[in-house]
Ligand binder design. Structure first.
Ligand SMILES: O=C(O)CCC(=O)C(=O)O
Length: 316
């Protein structure tokens, strides 16, 4: 059985907990306090963004880049509850024990009720709103800087507009992770503020719960940085950068992924590896990666649906 040596890339609960703990106390937490900020730029043209950041694979916060979006100007939690309150969502979907179905209106009510309660913050993570509330898309128009997204050539227009909304309560956390399939992150902040800690793709630490966090913090490849994004800001992170997010206030953000053509080969290889492993070796995969199988199946099914693929047939 292959065990991922880099603790930052493991998905088992012990490793996830050890990494999360390192963000709260110890050498990594101390290094984060003084970590440099991700560069902030305002008024960049799409060409400047391309040449200064995307082609050089440098993270950047584009200040106020979507400040004129209707969502940034008008949205609140209550506004969304009024517009699409009956839509069903899965709250706390990243926490298998806490995950539960609710309507969006119920989620917003829970958010209000939890405000003064001594309970864990609730988070509606990765809501693929376009299948259940497509009318919201008009309030988040396509960004000029995202035109390079190669997924529309691969999967068609519908599948490539598979963006996600993240709605959560102050204190909510998305643990450190890299996005799957080598896609770039473009995260637009709509309501509230979020703190992002990011690390370069070379960041690596072998070991288990006793890992040497000082070594990681000191390594040049770690490239530890932080930034706070505010309504109207867009954070660009090149593919495979690690990120961990903490909600400084109640928050709504749009996760919009982009596939850079230069990552096409890696992207296809990762997708094929997943699909072929599921198809040809599912029992072994269930044994070695029990926490990932259902997620990967769900993602593959949803991509197939959006691509209009009939899963009961071999050929059209
Ligand atoms: O905002 C969050 O909590 C997570 C967002 C994220 O991981 C992403 O957009 O890739």
């Amino acid at each position: 059985m292959h065990t991922e040596p880099n603790i930052l890339r493991r998905h088992d609960l012990d490793s996830l907990t050890a990494v999360e703990r390192a963000f709260h106390a110890g050498p990594l937490a101390e290094a984060l306090e003084s970590a440099p900020s991700v560069e902030r730029r305002s008024g960049l043209t799409a060409e400047e963004f391309e040449s200064e950041y995307r082609h050089r694979m440098r993270p950047v916060v584009l200040e106020d880049h979507v400040a004129d979006w209707p969502s940034v100007k008008t949205w609140s939690f209550d506004h969304l509850a009024e517009r699409c309150g009956s839509v069903r969502v899965v709250v706390d979907s990243y926490n298998t024990k806490a995950a539960r179905e609710a309507t969006l209106a119920e989620f917003v009510r829970m958010l209000h009720d939890h405000r003064d309660a001594d309970t864990a913050p609730i988070y509606l993570q990765e809501w693929y709103y376009q299948t259940t509330a497509p009318e919201l898309a008009a309030d988040m128009p396509e960004m000029d800087i995202a035109q390079y997204d190669f997924r529309r050539n691969l999967y068609g227009e519908t599948a490539s507009t598979n963006h996600q909304l993240w709605l959560g309560q102050k204190g909510g956390v998305t643990r450190l992770h890299q996005d799957s399939y080598s896609v770039d992150v473009m995260h637009a902040q709509i309501v509230g503020e979020k703190l992002w800690y990011v690390m370069g793709p070379e960041a690596e630490l072998h070991g288990t719960t006793e890992a040497d966090w000082q070594k990681l913090s000191d390594a040049p490849g770690t490239r530890l940085m932080r930034c706070v994004i505010k309504p109207g800001d867009v954070l660009y992170l090149p593919a495979n950068w690690y990120h961990r997010i903490e909600l400084l206030t109640d928050s709504i953000g749009l996760g919009r992924k982009c596939l850079d053509e230069s990552n096409l080969q890696t992207h296809m290889r990762q997708r094929m590896t997943e699909l072929l492993s599921l198809l040809l070796n599912q029992d072994e995969v269930r044994r070695t990666h029990p926490e990932l199988v259902d997620v990967v199946l769900m993602r593959a099914r949803s991509l197939a649906t959006r691509m209009n693929i009939d899963l009961s047939r071999l050929r059209p």
